[in-house]
Design a binder for this molecule. Sequence first.
Ligand SMILES: Cc1cc2nc3c(=O)[nH]c(=O)nc-3n(C[C@H](O)[C@H](O)[C@H](O)COP(=O)(O)O)c2cc1C
Length: 208
Amino acid sequence: MYQNFCFLLSFLFMATSCAFSQEQASLSSKIDQNISIVFLSRTKNTKVLAEIIHDQAGGTLVDLELENPYPQNYRAIVEQVARENETGFLPPLKTKIENMDQIDVIFIGFPTWGMQLPPPIKSFLNQYDLSGKTIVPFNTNGGYGIGKSFETIKQLCPNSKILDGYSTKGGEEIYGILFVMEGEKEKRVRVEVQNWLGKIGLIKHAEN
Ligand SMILES: Cc1cc2nc3c(=O)[nH]c(=O)nc-3n(C[C@H](O)[C@H](O)[C@H](O)COP(=O)(O)O)c2cc1C
């Protein structure tokens, strides 16, 4: 009798703990699947910022690649981007997101280029219907700020909810300073990102 009781008790315990862990697993994977962190980065500053956001918010990192990569030479890329901005050319993207309909929150990260949103990000926003989704911009720049970039996102995505973005100083390629997101700078950015994600309510539970 006592043995039967113990068996029943342990069976009940296993059944409930299993149900609990399945619920936990589906909850955390659901959070991960619903967030996408899309970024464009030439000299890796925005890439590291994207990875910091990923550590703290979860989701899937998507490094935007172009069909025809930009020139390595700084002057050449500056001229090409200026031409593309003038003519409204949208460079075709190699990266495709197949499951866009399942994504609720899209972080969009980019460097400031010519005080504007880089043309490949305009391509991305033009290519997908982001109506009803939440968009969260983030940026690195050479010290002159975000320019018109966050405003352009609002204009290109009138039916999306745009949350407050985050921006920090990155490289100054014009002076030959390419990558700065390491050491003390990276540590500072981690703290700032944690505060920002907390404010907009997108920090992973484990970090709270
Ligand atoms: C084509 C080009 C244009 C740029 N234009 C600006 C600008 O207008 N304002 C600014 O502050 N920084 C400008 N920068 C500097 C980048 O925004 C900065 O180095 C950024 O951190 C680079 O990010 P990444 O390392 O992810 O590529 C420009 C860089 C490039 C390559």
